[in-house]
Ligand binder design. Structure first.
Ligand SMILES: [Zn+2]
Length: 335
């Protein structure tokens, strides 16, 4: 196998089943390549049937790669293979959902409504289903899940002054391996907005307060604690990372959004941006003991660290030091 050239001009040929990139994390079908499969992939017996990165896409002998050793109907299919490779199957399904809106009919047809106090409304979505049916559907009212895998709901509204009802349809077929931005499960949504001029519940407005701790240097130990007041408990917590707890831990840097929905679908939203500390926290403390000075670095880190002292000790705590000047060095143990 020749070594691909280092320079490809930074341009990728925009085809779905070939590439001139040869690094695993740049390959658009990487979700189909198991960790045991080398990239680029050799044309040896054990890889003939799997998805990898095989040199020789687009009828070129080098610098161009395709997902399967034998090609497929849509690619360089001149190897007697009569089926589509998984990458082309995934592409075909995604394209199908791009071209065909699976939602055929909705009730009510009006997606913005005005009500006055308590009102029951019947909502329905008639949609296309694949065979076998791999769709998952979900109804959310102001963000809170109220029903799954049904195509109609009857809801009594009226407690609060504003509602958004969303029906989502995702096809979670095994033929798609989500790997944004290259691939995601097809998703279609319908939303209704209902405004209520006469809300029944008149509770204090919902309020969220967040208290956060940024992740330490190299650590994933950020935390966000939420405190909710007003509205009508119980509260439901809906975080952008999927959590449903009032308290988040083990967080990396990034923005975290929270929506809290109360018993009557009243809601509030907020967000917090955690930032990684740019250096290691060292909280050096020294105490005099009967054996001499005891010095502790009190390191705050998730990583394995080595601490080297000018006394040749390798530890984060040293004992029995005499008066004097000492140096230390902290090193992260890689791998
Ligand atoms: Zn193909």
């Amino acid at each position: 196998m020749s070594t691909p050239p280092q320079e490809n001009g930074g341009m990728e040929v925009k085809l779905n089943n070939t590439t001139n990139f040869y690094q695993r994390n740049q390959v658009r079908w990487r979700a189909w390549i198991t960790p045991e499969t080398p990239v680029p992939t050799p044309y040896t017996d054990e890889y003939l049937g799997v998805v990898g990165l095989f040199e020789g896409g687009q009828h070129r002998l080098s610098d161009h790669f395709r997902p399967t050793a034998r090609g497929c109907l849509m690619g360089a299919g001149a190897f007697g293979v009569q089926h589509l490779c998984p990458i082309c199957v995934q592409r075909t399904i995604l394209k199908h959902y791009d071209l065909v809106n699976p939602i055929e009919r909705i009730t009510p047809t009006q997606t913005e409504m005005q009500i006055e106090g308590e009102t029951s409304i019947h909502f329905q979505v008639i949609h296309l289903k694949p065979e076998p049916n791999t769709q998952k559907t979900e109804w959310r009212l102001n963000g809170k899940v109220i029903a799954v895998n049904v195509n109609q709901v009857e809801i009594t509204l009226g407690s609060t002054d504003h509602y958004q009802l969303t029906f989502s349809l995702a096809d979670k077929t095994k033929w798609i391996r989500p790997d944004p931005p290259y691939a995601a499960y097809p998703l279609h949504q319908v939303s209704w907005i209902i405004k209520n001029s006469n809300p029944i519940h008149d509770s204090l407005p919902l309020e969220i307060e967040l208290e956060a701790t940024n992740p330490s240097f190299l650590g994933h130990d950020g935390q966000i604690q939420s405190q909710v007041s007003g509205g009508t408990p119980p509260y439901e917590y809906i975080w952008s990372n999927g959590s449903q707890d009032p308290f988040l831990s083990d967080l990396s840097a990034g923005t975290y959004e929270l929506r809290v929905v109360d018993q009557h679908f009243d809601y509030a939203t907020t967000s917090y941006q955690l930032e990684q500390k740019s250096k290691l926290d060292i909280d050096l403390r020294s105490v005099w003991t009967k054996n001499g000075w005891k010095v502790d670095l009190n390191l705050e880190s998730d990583e394995k660290l080595n601490c080297w002292w000018s006394t040749e000790a390798v530890t984060s705590t040293v004992n029995g030091l005499k008066d004097g000047i000492y140096q230390y060095k902290v090193q992260i143990l890689m791998g």
